[in-house]
Write a protein of this length. Structure first.
Length: 749
């Protein structure tokens, strides 16, 4: 085929693929099968490979994603992306059912007062719960995509948006406007969101809490190749700058955007007055299940765009539109408790889980929820068969809050935790015992299969040794096939073994594959040189979480030093002496001496104990261990003194792993010279340019510590997008708060 013929065929294939992309992703009515589409795509790719000079940026083959970015370029919006004024449902009964939406009536009255000579009609459309986006097309080609940011300046996410198949790289019209900026939302539908979270869990990564966070987080990925794998979509409902086209009404904008090949809201209405708006608001919720995106209310806009300028804007809101929430999204839901199962955690803790009649809550279908522990079940008197109230604790973890006793069937019985599982571990059948210190039951069998899997999962997790690809499915398969029964067995694995690992059932072979095996083995080898803090966390020592592990590592050179640590012994001894001093204190009203001689003896003993505690406090004064108390210290010492701990240390020596701490972790002069030495940080919210794990690592590399809670000893709280209660606590205590730019500046760029 010569070049002219190839050029003609390439253009025909591009137009055909654009049309089918639009039919599939925007209109949801495909005309050809996936195989037929793939055949057309491969033909186009083959021709472009043979004739590289004919490749154009808007070709359907250019969506795979380019190289990762180091950071996003900032973009100034020519027309600011303003947020909308909010209105909520507030009843005014005396005014009748058509006058109950007080905030909407005030909005309407303000419009009519500003434009007394005009007839006002409104456009009513769903408020999409996604990540705001603006796209700029020049002569029909997509040249820029940017986030809303602060409304004035956003981030250039063009490379990421180009990977979203439902967004046309070229407008579907032979005569496009010379310049048009379209505005809308990037979203992730429920099915795509569920699939993505399943994939993240299988890979041992944290799932997203809701579709909006998933969409926003995906859009801010620095690697477009990752974005290309995410099930993102777009919906558009407005314009910014326009050249070569004019609009008289907002309804005309929606119709034109659809004609240009862009996805627009499936349902929207022109309403002649506010009474019709009030009636129609409920209709959007009637159609909610038919929409591919989550909604967060409705948007009402003055239809006549000529009037928008007269209505003006505030610093943040346009005067011609309002976002109305007829009902708040439920923070709680009511459903049936079908049963209670008990899971075995990585440290042997038995955790009750509620098996629920599936119910939607905050945009996700919930079928399981935590019941915390046996004491919580008993205190709340939760029974199988109850109708219960659930909530998303911290917007993430579903939890059972309380039963509804008046809906309880008469044959229910109080829940007996130990009896429910026959006083045996549900995984291995081994003995269980009550741990009074933690209001928990534990499996005492250290060889319990469930604990083996979870120990390996934890060992390989992102906050521990970060062995990518070693999630739950792979860990289960390794234990089931006896290739790794303990975490350190991973260092004996070979690529050939892993490549043939069957992740499916015996009758459903699904091997891991050589490429994945090579990645896992390479990650295991990298783990040999990871810092001491990561290793301490990876060993799953009871009461030793990630933050505490790094605090311990900051004052010890290696694992052997931790195992026989005088610092940890001093912490335990200090607690013991304080407790003894409390008991023998002759001034104690609870334990008065019976004679003068006893009083004098106790006074001498109390004085000696007090002197001992002061001496220990002086010895510990040079160490920064804000979250390490006697329970943690004793757990560490007991662990390494046990047969299991001694075996781990011996195995590490045999494997040649010394887990040496970095200079900034030894507590020596280099630590003092580190730029963040002695500083404690707390992270809250989502950072745009780095994960929380990356932020934690950057702080620790500079000698700082990351704690899980805010106290007066906290130096800084780093607040990202959607911060939690830690930000409120910081403000209450007067702890300095850093946004992401200032945090990056503190890190040194």
């Amino acid at each position: 085929m010569n070049r002219p013929a190839a050029q003609a065929r390439i253009e025909h294939l591009r137009q055909t693929l654009r049309r089918h992309n639009h039919l599939y992703y925007v209109e949801a009515r495909p005309e050809i099968s996936d195989r037929e589409y793939d055949d057309l795509y491969r033909e186009l790719l083959g021709l472009e490979t043979r004739f590289p000079a004919l490749v154009t940026p808007d070709s359907p083959t250019r969506r795979v994603g380019g190289k990762p970015l180091r950071q996003f370029r900032h973009v100034t919006h020519a027309v600011p992306m303003l947020s909308l004024e909010k209105a909520y449902h507030r009843d005014a009964p005396k005014q009748g059912p058509q006058r109950s939406q007080v905030d909407l009536r005030r909005f309407d009255a303000r419009i009519l007062k500003a434009l007394p000579a005009e007839t006002i009609d409104y456009v009513l459309e769903p408020k999409v719960d996604g990540a705001s986006i603006t796209l700029l097309y020049e002569d029909g080609a997509l040249v820029l995509a940017a986030t809303r940011g602060d409304g004035e300046t956003g981030d250039d996410v063009t490379l990421n948006v180009r990977t979203i198949r439902g967004i046309p790289l070229r407008l579907l019209t032979p005569d496009p406007p010379s310049r048009i900026e379209v505005r809308g939302e990037i979203y992730m539908d429920i099915r795509g969101f569920t699939r993505l979270n399943d994939q993240l869990r299988a890979a041992g990564e944290d799932p997203f809490p809701n579709p909006r966070n998933a969409a926003a987080g995906s859009l801010k990925q620095l690697d477009p190749r990752v974005v290309a794998q995410r099930p993102l979509c777009g919906v558009f409902y407005g314009v910014g700058i326009v050249e070569g086209i004019a609009f008289a009404t907002h309804a005309q904008v929606l119709e034109t955007l659809k004609a240009l090949g862009l996805s627009t809201p499936r349902f929207w209405w022109i309403c002649r007055n506010m009474d019709e708006v009030v009636r129609r608001t409920a209709e959007i919720y009637e159609h909610e299940k038919e929409l591919p995106f989550e909604i967060d209310g409705v948007v009402i806009k003055v239809n006549n765009m000529r009037l928008w300028e007269q209505l003006g804007t505030t610093a943040t809101h346009p005067g011609y539109a309002i976002a109305y929430k007829p009902r708040e999204r439920a923070k709680e839901a009511v459903t049936l408790l079908r049963g209670i199962t008990v899971q075995v955690g990585r440290t042997g803790v038995l955790t009750p889980v509620a098996e629920l009649e599936p119910v939607f809550l905050e945009g996700a279908q919930i079928s399981r929820a935590t019941l915390h522990n046996a004491d919580d079940i008993r205190r709340k008197d939760i029974r199988v068969g109850d109708t219960v109230v659930i909530e998303r604790a911290g917007k993430v973890i579903p939890a059972v809050i309380r039963p509804i006793p008046e809906k309880r069937p008469p044959d229910t019985r109080p829940f007996d935790f130990a009896g429910h599982i026959g006083n045996r571990c549900p995984e291995c059948g081994g003995p269980i015992a009550r741990d009074e210190g933690f209001a928990a039951w534990r499996c005492n069998n250290l060889q319990c299969p469930a604990q083996k899997t979870r120990r390996i999962e934890h060992f390989a997790g992102r906050g521990a040794l970060d062995i990518e690809g070693l999630g739950g499915v792979v860990a289960d398969a390794l234990v089931e096939r006896a290739l790794a029964l303990e975490p350190l067995d991973l260092f004996d694995l070979r690529v050939e073994q892993l490549a043939e690992l069957n992740l499916g059932a015996a009758e459903d072979t699904r091997v891991l594959g050589r490429k994945n095996a090579e990645k896992i083995v390479a990650a295991i080898e990298r783990a040999r040189n990871l810092p001491l803090g990561r290793w301490l966390h990876a060993l799953a020592i009871p009461n030793v979480g990630e933050a505490i592990a790094f605090q311990i590592a900051a004052v010890h050179s290696d694992l052997d030093a931790v195992a026989c640590s005088p610092v940890l012994r001093d912490i335990v001894e200090l607690h013991e002496k304080r407790e003894q001093a409390r008991i023998v204190n002759p001034r104690s009203t609870a334990n008065q001496p019976k004679s003068e001689s006893e009083r004098l003896a106790r006074q001498r003993q109390y004085k000696a104990l007090t002197a001992g505690t002061e001496n220990l406090k002086r010895r510990l004064a040079g160490y920064s261990l804000p979250e390490v108390g006697p329970v943690v210290a004793k757990s560490l010492l007991d662990f390494f003194a046990s047969i299991q701990g001694q075996r781990i240390l011996a195995r590490l020596r045999k494997l040649g792993i010394t887990t040496q701490g970095r200079p900034s972790q030894t507590g020596g002069p280099a630590a003092a010279a580190a730029p963040l030495a002695g500083m404690t940080f707390v992270l809250t919210g989502t950072l745009a340019g780095m994960t929380r794990g990356q932020a934690t690592e950057e702080i620790r590399r500079r000698g700082g510590q990351v704690a899980g809670s805010v106290s007066r000893k906290t130096n800084y709280v780093v607040a990202g997008i959607e911060p939690g209660s830690k930000l409120d606590k910081a403000r209450e205590l007067g702890v300095p708060v850093l946004d992401e730019p200032r945090f990056r500046s503190l890190l040194g760029g």
